[in-house]
Design a protein around this ligand. Structure first.
Ligand code: ATP
Length: 322
């Protein structure tokens, strides 16, 4: 391949820049020209490209967000939008595309690959919800951000013998809530993958723990469970007598300088996408982390895998937070 493109798509995740840097540098040192696509698939449709060389990705490895910007593109999911993107690729000599994003972005990459533009997906999403991967870029930074924020709210929760109900991101997946909940010592953790009953799994647990002398509580709720945290805090206060507040962490969870783990994994994956796949003419693949190795899967196969939450880990969390 003489020219490839790289784009970031869907929700941004810390470490996307490190992945872009690795893609660009690996390609450049192997004589491949790289075009950065601005604002995900929208940029591909509109021909919004920027030429990237070795130095244009300097000083981004430590930055959160994405220097290529990201977007959700409704137009790209239509046949017309897809054809415009293909036309842009042809006109600009783009022979392969690295797509850094989540499973929605991989669906787009699969569609492009099927229409003759080989694409390689790199999992960049804070949710860690890509079934073929043990680990997605941005997840570790996000977990650490949640932990740091909740540690701060814990100080005041403890000082006033309160309960704080913390809502964390995770529309369809509870990995963030479960692992952050363990890390902050939450009394209850509500996630989409595990059925729960507020009375039994929150109120009764708190009452039981109160009997052992505990006076302050943290409850971690994944946004995807559909519980209104203000109502939950109100019910907790009414039922347990513990003054209760809410803390919705929101978009702060997406930002910040990526952790070592995210920078290293992003670098390995970006390098792999170019060196092991596109340079060999291989497309329609997703790069994945498996048992600390970097591997790849067919996109269709990857998108049809089912990932299960570690129920034993959930049980451990419940056993030790009582
Ligand atoms: P995250 O879940 O972390 O936000 P994501 O990549 O799953 O990341 P989406 O908003 O689902 O985010 O998808 C990003 C973009 O991928 C969409 O805006 C759309 O342009 C494209 N896309 C999603 N699904 C499809 C599809 N079925 N066919 C073609 N393109 C798609």
């Amino acid at each position: 391949m003489k020219t490839i493109a790289v784009l970031t798509s869907g929700g941004d995740a810390p470490g996307m820049n490190a992945a872009v840097r690795a893609v660009v540098r690996t390609a450049c040192v192997n004589g491949i020209r790289v075009l950065g696509v601005i604002r995900g698939y929208n940029g591909l449709i509109n021909g919004d490209f920027v030429e990237l060389d070795l130095r244009s990705v300097s000083d981004i490895i430590h930055r959160g967000g994405t220097k290529l910007y990201s977007a959700r593109s409704a137009e790209f999911a239509t046949e017309e939008g897809m054809q415009k993107a293909i036309q842009q690729c042809k006109e600009n000599g783009i022979e392969g595309v690295v797509v850094i994003g989540g499973d929605g972005s991989f669906r787009g990459a699969q569609d492009l690959s099927e229409r003759g533009i080989p694409c390689v997906g790199i999992p960049g999403t804070i949710d860690n919800d890509i079934a073929c991967c043990d680990y997605t870029i941005g997840y570790d930074t996000c977990l650490n951000t949640i932990m740091e924020c909740v540690d701060k709210v814990r100080d005041t929760t403890e000082s006033h013998d309160r309960c704080t109900v913390v809502e964390v991101m995770g529309r369809r997946a509870g990995y963030l809530a479960l692992n952050a909940g363990i890390a902050v010592g939450a009394t209850s953790i509500l996630i989409p993958e595990i059925n729960f009953d507020i009375e039994k799994d929150v109120i009764e647990r708190m009452k039981h723990t109160q009997l052992t002398g505990k006076k302050h509580f943290l409850i971690v709720v994944a946004e995807g469970v559909g519980v209104n945290v203000t109502d939950l805090a109100h019910d907790i206060q009414k039922e347990t007598g513990v003054e209760s507040r809410t803390c919705i962490l929101g978009h702060i969870q997406r930002g910040g300088s990526p952790t070592v783990k995210d920078r290293v994994m992003a670098t390995r994956m970006g390098h792999y996408a170019v060196k092991n796949l596109l340079m060999k003419g291989i497309g329609n693949r997703v790069v994945a982390a498996k048992n600390d190795n970097v591997v790849d899967y067919d996109i269709f196969e990857a998108l049809n895998m089912k990932r299960h939450i570690d129920e034993y880990l959930y049980q451990i969390a419940m056993d030790v937070s009582i």
